[in-house]
Write a protein that binds this ligand. Structure first.
Ligand code: NAD
Ligand code: USQ
Length: 384
């Protein structure tokens, strides 16, 4: 299949490009290096010494003998998107190309606006390019579990049957996102659903949980193929941050009461899920929603797991409850359905002490590159 990966230079996009290329698909990647610029803006950096996207593609060719095509540009530019679609004529589009950080979107008005414009306009351009240039193509779009928020009822996979005043319908599950970033994904979901209903576009909206991990079978082939790994307060995610903090002896930054519960998955399972979605496409006009995570953890449970593994490895890990810089429920009910990807054949790689130990061992290799300054939480949801 001809697979176009939007955001192919990112934490998940680059390993996905290699994974689908290895599986025999014709892969092209698109990126405008927004993530690298954000990292520079924040004075942060990737733990791993990442190569430029051009160097990565050359190294992949050397290692695997396979070509990955490259388009550098901004998907918020409609003309550029049309050119890419006309040139490459994708059969499947994996859309990672968005600003992915909740804290980044909450820095101030400018960051909120740039996040929503970048994400919503980019996705609209992709929807129009599918409609007008490759109407048979299947869109695999990365959404987020955070679109649902933390309602006091079970979370379904995209839709819920509602009985109201004696009548019944199956409608999109109510959304209560917790940041300007998460809101941008909700806006995307509405736009994608509309494109499916009105124009017959085929789409899979993957409401992904928080991803952890650093290595995939392809990144392991050569150090030049490693993916980026962020641990700063804006771009780093919970478990990745905790493991880096453990390695440098920084107290684990549990925000507030630590009862915040989310869906999590290993980066190798992200690869599996994307491949399953691409190879089992939606049908004409179908808008599918899959909840893409393998298990639920609270922040406290994650911190305790890292502390336990640290103890085993002779590291004294301290857990520090800091004031929550976000406005979110710190203790809440959480039970989200996630059966559709399992039905398609997903074999979960669950989070165990061995997995954390392995992650910590990998992080130790790059210990000298860790910057302490950007670790402490500073970005507040209400800075007044
Ligand atoms: P990332 O920032 O590393 O990757 C996104 C890539 O898209 C970056 O390389 C960036 O430069 C590129 N990009 C952004 N806007 C662009 C534009 N307008 N034009 C061209 N390229 C653009 O983020 P990630 O962690 O790999 O996440 C990938 C996707 O998955 C995002 O959409 C994110 O919201 C979603 N997601 C991530 C996680 C996670 O835990 N990492 C969890 C759930 C969902
Ligand atoms: N948290 C801590 N300490 C930290 C970092 C985070 O307690 O040092 C807490 C947060 O307050 C939050 C939870 O951990 O309650 C998750 O935070 P996160 O930064 O790991 O993840 P989040 O902001 O939700 O965003 C990440 C990705 C985003 C994706 C989302 C999936 O950056 O792209 O959409 O995970 S989900 O959480 O399911 O919405």
């Amino acid at each position: 299949m001809r697979v176009l990966i939007l955001g192919g230079d990112g934490y998940l996009g680059w390993p996905t490009a290699m994974h689908l290329s290895e599986a025999g698909h014709d892969v092209a990647v698109v990126d405008n290096f927004l993530r690298r610029q954000m990292s520079i803006e924040l004075g942060a950096g990737s733990l791993t010494p990442i190569q430029s996207l051009h160097e990565r593609i050359t190294a992949w060719k050397e290692v695997s003998g396979k070509e990955i095509e490259l388009f550098v540009g901004d998907i918020a530019d409609g003309q550029f998107v049309d050119e890419v679609f006309t040139n490459f004529r994708p059969e499947s589009i994996v859309h990672y190309g968005e600003q992915p950080s909740a804290p980044y979107s909450m820095i101030d008005r400018r960051h909120a606006v740039s996040t929503q414009v970048n994400n919503v306009v980019g996705t609209l351009n992709v929807l129009y390019a599918i409609r007008d240039i490759t109407p048979e193509a299947h869109l695999v779009k990365l959404g987020t579990m955070g679109e649902y928020g933390t309602p006091n009822i079970d979370i379904e996979e995209g839709f819920i049957e509602i009985n109201h005043n004696g009548r019944t319908d199956t409608l999109p599950f109510p959304k209560m996102p917790g940041s300007m970033y998460h809101l941008s994904k909700v806006h995307d979901s509405h736009n994608i659903h509309f494109a499916c209903r009105i124009w017959g576009v085929k789409a899979t909206d993957l409401n992904q949980g928080v991803v952890y991990g650093i290595r995939t079978p392809e990144t392991d082939l050569d150090e030049r193929l490693c993916t980026r790994f962020d641990y700063d307060e804006v771009l780093g995610t919970a478990l990745n941050r905790f493991c880096v903090q453990a390695v440098v002896g920084y107290p684990l930054t549990v925000y507030g009461k630590g009862g915040q519960t989310r869906g999590f998955l290993n980066i190798v399972d992200t690869m599996q899920c994307i491949k399953l979605a691409v190879e089992n496409p939606a049908t004409e006009g179908e808008y599918r929603v899959f909840n893409q995570f393998t298990e639920q953890w609270s922040v406290n449970q994650l911190a305790e797991l890292v502390a336990k593994v640290g103890e085993r490895a002779g590291i004294n890990v301290v857990i520090e409850k800091v004031n929550d810089p976000r406005i979110e429920a710190e203790e809440h009910y959480y039970n989200a359905t996630h059966t559709k990807l399992l039905e398609l054949g997903l074999h979960p790689n669950l989070l165990t002490e061995d997995v954390v130990e392995h992650l910590i061992e990998t992080i130790k290799r790059y210990k000298d590159r860790i910057l302490l300054g950007p670790i402490a939480p500073k970005t507040r949801w209400d800075p007044r």
